[in-house]
Design a protein around this ligand. Structure first.
Ligand SMILES: [Zn+2]
Ligand SMILES: [Zn+2]
Length: 369
């Protein structure tokens, strides 16, 4: 399972405390019900998916009719099969229609539309099964898997996805059927099973990627590979956690219970010591750049500070307004610049009250920090 936590996709904070929920009857499946471009499912488009989740959250937070506390869904699943934590485990959803329905089921939304991208990809179906399993194993979700339209008058989740729900919400290869017949994941026995994000890459149970394999190989090389029965490979398993815990203890870290220093989930210090470097993109310290003054941001005027502003917008994923193929950094303050700044301001609680699209000192600081 590829899970991106709220921190991983850059979630804005909840507006209100989210209601705790101990368990549900199961999970309801949703779609976005708007236009979703087919291009989002292209193999090279996964870089846009986190920004897409941020857009959904921003639109929910801006919806004063529903007065949402947060993104309405428990989780979202992209066409490439990655699961994005929404409200998450043990938090009541806001997506199922009313309070009673929201208490009864979690809500998982596929990034599918009612036009454009309307047919789920195989990877997306795998991701949906992953998300259902995640809610069942970690969030007390019961065995039901239903569509939003079950119990509420809506077209959601669209006919193609609803047909999949009715056929038993199975993986594309027909295995691991959901709905109560899959074997629950055994308890972790005190092994840490959370993830951290360092330089934009996830580590810990369930994390995947070449950087995970790099850690595993480095552990073996350093003599901390005894818990591997297979691997190491690109999937972070409990064996990786145990080996990393051994390595952390060799550095003098103590405490192997989850969230203690030697629990086997890397921090920047232990990771740097193991690898000799930190993989991923180092976030530049823009915070030291002083606010250039409001006169630097005038519609139709150029200023070098606009390039810095644009880089911040792109880095935080507020770049959906642009003239052509893609939003590019440049010194000219355009209406696209203003509209992207406004999106960022609207999505940031401290700025949402005065979202005029023109940066002041606080917008500058929050955007570039
Ligand atoms: Zn729905
Ligand atoms: Zn994706």
């Amino acid at each position: 399972m590829k899970l991106v936590t709220r921190a991983g996709w850059g979630a804005a904070p909840s507006r209100y405390d989210l209601a705790y929920i101990a368990s549900t009857h199961g999970t309801k499946i949703h779609y976005e019900g708007a236009y979703v471009p087919k291009s989002l499912a292209a193999p090279g488009a996964h870089g846009s998916c986190a920004g897409h989740v941020r857009d959904i959250q921003a639109s929910h937070l801006a919806n004063r009719v529903e007065n949402y506390s947060d993104i309405a869904y428990s989780a979202m699943v992209c066409p490439h099969g990655t699961v994005y934590e929404g409200r998450g485990l043990h938090r009541q959803t806001g997506a199922n229609g009313d309070q009673l329905l929201n208490r009864a089921h979690y809500a998982v939304c596929a990034m599918l539309g009612n036009s454009g991208l309307v047919v789920p990809t195989d990877a997306m179906l795998d991701g949906l099964v992953d998300a259902i399993g995640w809610l069942r194993n970690g969030g007390g979700a019961g065995k039901e898997v239903l569509g939003h339209r079950d119990g509420y008058a809506t077209a959601c989740p669209g006919d193609p996805l609803y047909a999949w729900v009715q056929a038993g919400a199975k993986r594309p290869d027909g295995t691991a059927p959901q709905g109560g017949t899959s074997t629950p994941v055994p308890s972790s026995g005190g092994i840490a099973r959370y993830q951290v994000v360092i330089n934009g890459l996830s580590y810990g149970y369930g994390a995947q990627g070449p950087h995970v394999a790099e850690v595993g190989k480095a552990l073996v090389k350093a003599g901390y590979g005894k818990h591997y029965q297979v691997g190491p490979d690109e999937n972070w398993t409990d064996a990786d956690t145990k080996n990393f815990s051994d390595f952390q203890r060799s550095l003098g870290f103590t405490g192997t219970a989850p969230h203690q220093d030697a629990d086997g989930v890397p921090g920047p210090v232990s990771l740097q010591r193991l690898l000799g470097h930190l993989p991923g993109k180092t976030v530049k310290a823009y915070g030291m750049l002083p606010f250039p003054g409001r006169s630097a941001f005038v519609l139709g005027k150029s200023n070098p500070a606009v390039v810095t502003l644009d880089n911040g917008l792109i880095r935080k994923g507020y770049a959906r307004h642009h003239a052509g193929a893609k939003y590019q950094p440049g010194s000219l303050f355009t209406t696209y610049t203003r509209d992207n700044v406004r999106d960022f301001q609207r999505a940031t609680p401290a700025l949402a009250g005065d979202a005029d699209g023109y940066p002041g000192p606080l917008t500058w600081q929050l955007l570039l920090s």
